[in-house]
Design a protein around this ligand. Structure first.
Ligand code: SAH
Length: 477
């Protein structure tokens, strides 16, 4: 267990509510009902959705309840929302042996949708989702779990706001809302990063910096992001503000460094957009060199404020090692790394391959990939900015010979252009890494229909405490 499981809020996750009765009553309990009428009913949870929500039956309907586990009985409030019904957990009556005390109360989980499940139960849940989805292709291997499934994030972000006493606070947005839940930390954040975020919040108070208000567009301070090189120990702090008028920034930086001499670099990022993206385009280095480095699978990567980097490096090494082992490289192969991000998989694989071609849509990521190949003195990798599907169609049209394809698409999965060209290119091995097994299963079905066979499937727990699932599949012709 994390040492920090004890210093978050130690409140019971679901306070018994004595006034709750089985009758229609106006909901006064917070963000979901918002004054709408609700019905309180007693239910037993029958299973979990693929997002880890409890499944209940009510009035002939199947509803989902956050934070409810199979076998548990509970009182839930049912709200009508348009044509649909929403259910919210009110009081647990019979709890499951798979339940643990989460460190933050109900909705205040900070993106940790399944932190109320014991880690073994989380692994069982993810295994079942993958097993069920992949049934047409065989039986996946047991999920690769994380030894210490806490404190793993190398990128940690919190947002600033005001509390009722109009004091500046930092925390995370409540789901589907502009309300900020003040948080001192998260069980999946890097503990040092959370300490620094707290210091930044205290300093913001003493420097009288005003938090930005999303609704009015007034104010200055928006977010703080702390990136940590888990191996190198280097730390980047990014202060995200609505405009560049940072009054007292020299003294602010001095005070922050005095409190945390371990900080390697501090940046100011200007985000004057009105959307949910954390970072804006403009940035200014306030201290240090503006980037940090970290090592992954023996290679060095330079990490900038904006660049994408897998957020759980411990599990990423296991994921990449597994994926590269599946490719059975002998040193001669021509390899495509599609949806390559900053080139990590391709660069790690390049040592064992003849030639690597990386393709990625995001031009900053491609620039980073090229920089990373130079930094590691890798001569046999090339990176291109393109839509992966279009690029593959070109390769197919040119009649290229490709031996191995790694693909690691976003949650929406790959597309017909990519998959049909892949089939034309006839690589002997395809290693499909996915952060969404539902779209992966859909794409595997297509490839199997076109003559590929799924040889091995390996789920990896990249995101403990959350409902996200990562899985690798090996296909051969
Ligand atoms: N393989 C990388 C990144 C995977 S994330 C790693 O392990 O770190 C998925 C990547 O796909 C993102 O970098 C995203 O920018 C990229 N992407 C999304 N749509 C794309 C498309 N149509 N063509 C190419 N790349 C795309």
């Amino acid at each position: 267990m994390s040492k920090r499981k004890n210093n978050g809020s130690k409140k019971r996750p679901h306070k018994p509510n004595q006034q709750v009765k089985k009758q229609n009553r106006p909901n006064t309990s917070g963000n979901q009902g918002g004054g709408k009428k609700s019905t309180i009913v007693e239910v037993t949870c029958q299973g979990l959705t693929n997002e880890g929500k409890g499944i209940i039956q009510w009035d002939g309907k199947q509803l989902e309840v956050e934070q409810l586990l199979p076998g548990e009985t509970a009182e839930v409030a049912i709200y009508k929302k348009g044509r649909f019904f929403n259910a919210e957990l009110k009081r647990l009556i019979q709890t499951s042996g798979d339940r643990v005390q989460p460190p933050f109360k109900d909705h205040e989980s900070g993106g940790c949708q399944i932190q109320h499940m014991k880690y073994e139960a989380q692994a069982r849940f993810k295994q079942k989702v993958v097993d069920d989805l992949m049934k047409p292709f065989g039986k996946p291997n047991p999920i690769i779990t994380m030894d210490h499934p806490y404190d793993y994030r190398n990128k940690n972000v919190m947002t600033f706001g005001l509390n009722k006493k109009r004091q500046i606070i930092s925390g995370l947005y409540a789901p589907n809302s502009h309300r900020i839940i003040p948080m001192k930390g998260s069980i999946i954040h890097d503990p040092k990063a959370d300490e620094i975020i707290q210091t930044v919040t205290e300093l913001a108070k003493s420097f009288k910096l005003q938090p930005y208000n999303e609704d009015t567009g007034q104010g200055f301070l928006r977010h703080v992001m702390v990136k940590v090189g888990k191996k190198s120990g280097e730390i980047m702090v990014v202060i995200v503000a609505a405009n560049p008028m940072f009054k007292g920034k020299k003294n602010f930086v001095k005070a922050l460094r005095k409190e945390h001499p371990e900080i390697s670099t501090i940046l100011l990022n200007i985000n004057n957009r009105n959307d949910s993206m954390v970072l804006g385009d403009q940035e200014k280095v306030l201290f240090g060199k503006g980037t940090i480095t970290d090592t992954l699978c023996g290679l060095e990567f330079e990490i900038s404020a904006k660049s994408f980097y897998q957020i759980n490096p411990v599990q990423t090494e296991k994921l990449y090692n597994e994926a590269i082992e599946m490719a059975e490289l002998t040193g001669k192969e021509k390899v495509v790394d599609a949806y390559c991000g900053i080139g990590t998989i391709g660069l790690v694989a390049s040592k064992a391959a003849g030639k690597v071609i990386g393709v990625e849509l995001n031009k900053d990521a491609v620039r980073d990939a090229i920089r990373n190949s130079k930094r590691n003195n890798i001569q046999n990798a090339r990176f291109y900015q393109a839509d992966a599907g279009e690029y593959m169609s070109q390769l197919a049209a040119q009649g290229e010979h490709i031996d191995v394809v790694f693909l690691d698409p976003p949650r929406s999965g790959s597309d017909e252009a990519f998959l049909s060209s892949l089939v034309k290119l006839k690589p002997s091995r395809v290693v499909y890494i996915s952060c969404n097994p539902e779209t992966q299963a859909r794409d595997l079905k297509y490839l199997v229909k076109k003559g590929y066979e799924v040889k091995r499937m390996q789920p990896v727990d990249m995101f403990p405490q959350t409902s996200h699932i990562e899985s690798i599949a090996l296909l051969t012709r």
